[in-house]
Each structure stands twice: as C-alpha cells, then as structure tokens.
Write a protein that binds this ligand. Sequence first.
Ligand SMILES: [Fe+2]
Length: 172
Amino acid sequence: MAYRFSFQNQSVEGIIGQFATQVPRETRFWSSMVDYFREPPESGTDPVIYDVFSLPYGDSSAELMAVLTVLYGGQIGGERFHTKGHFHTEPDGPEYVIVLAGRGILERGQRDGTIEQSIMEPDTHIMVPPGQAHRVVNVTDEPLLFVSLCSAAVGHDYASITTLGWATPKNR
Ligand SMILES: [Fe+2]
C-alpha cells in the first residue's frame, strides 16, 4: 500500500488533512481517559485530547505499526493534555518517534518509577528502548504532531502507568 505525505512547508492543518483523507482516525476524548487526569474538565464538556491516525497493519512481528498522533493543546485543572502512556508487553519492542510540529515532552519510565524526559520539537527523533513506558505531554496550546513506528506485534499495557505516578485515578 502506498501513501503520499508531505511534511515540508506544511501547516499543521495541512498535515492533518493529508492523513485524514488517507488513514482512519480514532479520537480520544477525555471521557475515555478519566483515570489519567487528576481532575475532570468543566462540567458538561468532554474535550478531545488527541487523535490517532493508524496506517492499516497486520499483527505479525514482520509488520510495522505507523501512527500519526495529533495531541491537542490545552489543560484540565492545570494538567496539560497528554497521551495515556503505556508499556509494551510480550513481545516487547522499541518505538521510534519523529516530531513533525509543536512542542512537548516525551516521558520514558522504568517499572522502578524512574522517569526520564526528552524535549520534543520539530525534527526531534527519539528512540524509546524496550521495557520503558512512554507518554507524551503537550506543553503548549498548539497541536503537537508526531509519528510513531514500532513492531505491529507489541502488546500495550496501559494499566501499569498508574504505578509511575503519571496518573492519579480518583478511586485510589
Ligand atoms: Fe508505544
């Protein structure tokens, strides 16, 4: 399958538009990640935190998962918009992240609670080693766009993120 994406001299809207016309979009509202924010948003609102455009892939280890994430800018109770974050599980594997637009922080966490942060800005490339949880925080009010590449076979463990202190579920 072939795609055509141009990133040079493109506006954020232009990049999103190219993906939107070629790749399925999955929208993550606050209501799908209530345990990952300390406080709820303003009553009656359910902001879009991020959109994920996943290029179709199989699930064999021979296949590659390629995803564009559009993490919108904003905050809820002073907490900046961020992705849920996850560990890769069996089979574990690395993830390669390329920033296209915006500014943010990529947090990488070990199971012992150690967290390292990398600044994300256009043209930053970050390799997340196997065994490290990873999540992205948008530090501005503008969208943060990044492409992630990893084996299509990796599993995703979102629950263990709570042990890193990244999320503070209300029922704990
Ligand atoms: Fe990942």
